[in-house]
Design a protein around this ligand. Structure first.
Ligand code: NAD
Length: 487
């Protein structure tokens, strides 16, 4: 066994055929990989609809995890998530469980063969994959209010942003833009932006720009050719990568890669398209492009280049599936199998117009990031959130002012973040979700957990329904919490 492992060039990969059009596009992609000479040892696993409907709400069996952790490389077809509650997103689970922190999506225009308003567009979106609102920590706290927790960590952001800079640098890109909304979310998006500025100093050759996500997305939709590499937190990255893929004219053609320090996953960006499944009309190009990224990642760049050239030549020759067929530029309307055969026939040929640059493997040096110093953390107060059905904050304040202790006193009450006491406005619309901020009355003196517990027990004695607390900390004396709007 040892001899075999050492001598064989074959790289083990895990493959999932998925649902809907998944099996047909995977069959075609694997055939193309074989014909091109990819050296792979394929382990197949079952994921998705069948597994979900078999009663496994995660959509993946334990044995499949074993395969993924053994091969560390996953080529995945789209899956169908059954309708109705209770099913967790398999993609999010796989990305997070395997530590695939960087999602890379090249959005490239294939003008004039595929219609787009932006010939020459070539944007790479690098999206954080594990954190942000996708932590999936949601709670219904009152009758009327639902909460989703947005978590952004310094090391998580550092790893991803370092990856994005290394990626841009490695592929000789000129410019990297960071999109956040840190004019509003000064702490979560603020740390992402700050790390972009900090790490950016190590890349003098790259032009760096930060944009607020709203205007950034607008500019990306209107003039995508002004962008090169974009790095963004999870939710924004998810949205802008679809915008970018769509305006490139090729949402059905784009592949994507998810990279981590140990494993990687490659998949098309489209879904399982159940409406066209089993009809031999699906375009296998998104999965083929993902497979090309995979081959580059496992050091089989020559095969990747061979396939990419043949694929580009097929597109240039006007041999198109129904989704991209256009009588003005297409010469032949083909099905899934015929398209793949056309690519196989062109293995060894080169495209005439397109430049089929292959994104070869590179390693991000995230382990070179210096660990941030641990700052001195002090507890200086507590926000207590209430489910309270009253509508006059002055009444709630009267009850709460009555409690507290010699160190902790009520400072303000907000409703959905807006200060409503003291000096609130009667015009402010309030729901049944209130926050009372208690702070240490001696600014230089911190409080302790016992005082918080005493406060909560006093609140309990007043028969108030507290739904959660958030401790207020300072870090080296700097506030680790935001002020209320209007505070
Ligand atoms: P979809 O991408 O499957 O389909 C949208 C439209 O694009 C459909 O009209 C479809 O026919 C067409 N289309 C998609 N891929 C195509 C291809 N390769 N060739 C030709 N036409 C193609 O999106 P949807 O309809 O919103 O989702 C269908 C299912 O896919 C849902 O269950 C969804 O949860 C799932 N989904 C899975 C993934 C994934 O596994 N990565 C991603 C997105 C959606």
């Amino acid at each position: 066994i040892l001899w075999k492992t050492t001598m064989s060039k074959k790289v083990p990969i895990t493959v999932a055929e998925g649902d809907g059009i998944g099996p047909e596009i995977m069959l075609n992609t694997l055939l193309l990989l074989k014909e091109a000479g990819a050296d792979l040892e394929i382990e197949k696993i079952e994921i998705g609809e069948k597994v979900y409907l078999g009663g496994n709400t995660s959509g993946i069996e334990k044995s499949s995890w074993e395969s993924l952790r053994r091969t560390k490389v996953f080529l995945k077809s789209p899956i169908t998530t059954p309708q109705g509650g209770g099913y967790k997103s398999l993609n999010v689970t796989i990305r997070k469980s395997l530590g695939l922190y960087a999602n890379v999506r090249p959005c490239v225009s294939y003008y004039p063969y595929i219609k787009t308003n932006f010939p020459g567009m070539n944007v790479i979106i690098i999206r954080e994959n594990e954190e942000d609102l996708y932590a999936g920590i949601e709670h219904r706290q009152t009758n009327d209010v639902y909460q989703c927790l947005k978590l952004i960590s310094r090391p998580g952001s550092e790893k991803l942003i370092k990856f994005a800079f290394d990626y841009a640098d490695n592929y000789k890109r000129k410019k990297i833009s960071c999109f956040t909304k840190d004019n509003i979310m000064k702490m979560t998006d603020g740390i992402f932006h700050k790390i972009f500025d900090e790490l950016g100093q190590e890349y003098p050759n790259l032009e760096k720009k930060h944009m607020i996500i709203d205007i950034g997305s607008a500019k990306l939709a209107k003039s995508p050719c002004d962008f090169d590499v974009i790095v963004a937190p999870n939710l924004y990255g998810d949205i802008i990568s679809d915008i970018a893929a769509e305006v490139s004219g090729s949402v059905g053609l784009a592949g994507s890669a998810n990279y981590g320090d140990h494993c990687s996953m490659f998949e098309a960006i489209h879904g399982s398209a159940p409406d066209i499944s089993g009809k031999n009309i699906a375009n296998p190009s998104g999965l083929i492009q993902s497979a090309i990224m995979m081959l580059a990642h496992i050091n089989q760049s020559e095969v990747a280049q061979l396939i990419n050239n043949a694929w580009l030549k097929t597109i240039e020759d006007g041999i198109h599936t129904n989704d991209i067929y256009n009588p003005e530029t297409s010469t032949q309307l083909v099905g899934t199998n015929e398209f793949t055969s056309a690519v196989i026939k062109r293995l060894g040929q080169k495209p005439e117009i397109f430049n089929g640059t292959i994104y070869q493997r590179f390693t991000s040096k995230s382990n070179t990031i210096k660990k941030a110093r641990i700052q001195e953390k002090e507890l200086v107060g507590v926000d207590v959130f209430f489910d309270w059905k009253g509508n006059n904050p002055n009444i709630l304040a009267e009850i709460l002012q009555d409690i507290g202790n010699k160190n902790l006193q009520l400072k303000m009450i907000t409703n959905r973040g807006v200060k409503v006491w003291p000096d609130g406005f009667p015009e402010t619309f309030c729901v049944d979700h209130w926050r009372a901020r208690f702070v240490s009355i001696h600014p230089e003196k911190s409080i302790n957990h016992l005082e918080v517990i005493q406060l909560l027990s006093q609140i309990e004695n007043k028969n108030l329904d507290f739904i959660k607390i958030e401790n207020l900390y300072t870090f080296d004396g700097e506030k680790g919490y935001s002020l209320g709007q209007g505070e």
